[in-house]
Design a protein. Structure first.
Length: 306
């Protein structure tokens, strides 16, 4: 929490301040947002009976062969997420031009919510228990071994596995920042792109190389240390790669990796606490849940690098 001496600054530096923040979050690009009217609910799942080869021949005067399909249901429950911060009157009154404690508090708690949202999805889809189509790389198979590893072959296997089980061509490759950086120096990759744009690897070049529509790089970072301990900085997306089919539109009868079911969107509230003589800033009503709806639409490459 801010204390009074933290906000009295040299007027000469009033147009400069330093704050560490994440530039990009990718969670909603991976699991598109589905707005729902109730906090809990269910959705239908069709089986694959329509993909079965049936006997369609019909003899004269006979009835057509009858077919059917199966229908099941799964459920979701949107949990509320909220954070608040207290700003004392003394802090607000003495803050110099470079600071606006109420705005800073709003940004701070919003960032905390967004970071938690990103981390929840990264944790969910980086687990081999949740993504049944997966491989865990080790030793010389990991992509930091530029001589023996085969990232192109690994991605090709992932794409083939997804297509075989969904008949959808995977359209998205998700890489952590560390994995993307490693691929930028991998011999097998550089050999393919060295005559393009001075050999500098971009997400556009990588998408064409791996035959997907887009490459998403998980750049978000976090301080994993407990409050009061020395800072420990880490990337949210770890050292993994995920190939997936993500439907370009949210509609019925679609295969896609997952959805973010959202009951309500973030609301900012402020209120006075006369006893403490200050203002609370609360960001809440962030009701959502990440839900994998088709494990067949994704392939996890765990520990792509050491």
């Amino acid at each position: 929490m801010l204390v009074q001496q933290d906000v009295v600054v040299d007027p000469a530096l009033s147009n400069v301040s330093i704050k560490y923040m994440n530039d990009t979050f990718i969670a909603d690009k991976i699991f598109p947002v589905v707005k729902v009217s109730k906090q809990t609910g269910k959705y239908y799942i069709y089986d694959k009976a329509n993909l079965r080869i049936n006997d369609t021949a019909r003899a004269a005067s006979s009835a057509a062969n009858e077919v059917d399909f199966g229908l099941s249901m799964d459920s979701f429950s949107c949990d509320d997420h909220a954070q608040k911060e207290f700003v004392a009157d003394e802090i607000q009154a003495q803050a110099e031009a470079a600071l606006n404690p109420l705005i800073d508090a709003t940004e701070n708690v919003t960032e905390a919510l967004l970071l938690d949202r990103e981390n929840k999805l990264a944790t969910l889809i980086s687990s081999t228990a949740n993504v049944s189509q997966n491989v865990t790389l080790a030793g010389t198979a990991q992509w930091n071994d530029f001589v023996n590893s085969d990232p192109i072959g690994d991605i090709r296997t992932a794409r083939a596995t997804i297509h075989q089980n969904t008949f959808r061509k995977p359209n998205t490759l998700i890489l952590s920042q560390q994995v993307f950086d490693m691929l930028s120096d991998h011999t097998a990759i550089i050999d393919r792109v060295k005559y393009s744009q001075l050999g500098v690897l971009t997400t556009d070049l990588l998408s064409r190389l791996f035959q997907v529509e887009k490459v998403l790089v998980g750049e978000a970072g976090m301080n994993s240390a407990k409050e009061g301990q020395a800072e420990t900085m880490a990337y949210v997306w770890g050292k993994n790669a995920i190939v997936a089919y993500i439907s370009p539109r949210v509609t019925v009868k679609q295969v896609t990796f997952g959805y973010t079911f959202t009951y309500s969107t973030r609301v900012v509230k402020r209120w006075r606490d006369e006893d403490r003589e200050g203002t609370y800033v609360r960001v809440g009503k962030d009701n959502y849940t990440h839900k994998i709806v088709s494990q067949s639409a994704a392939y996890l490459i765990k520990n792509a690098i050491a």
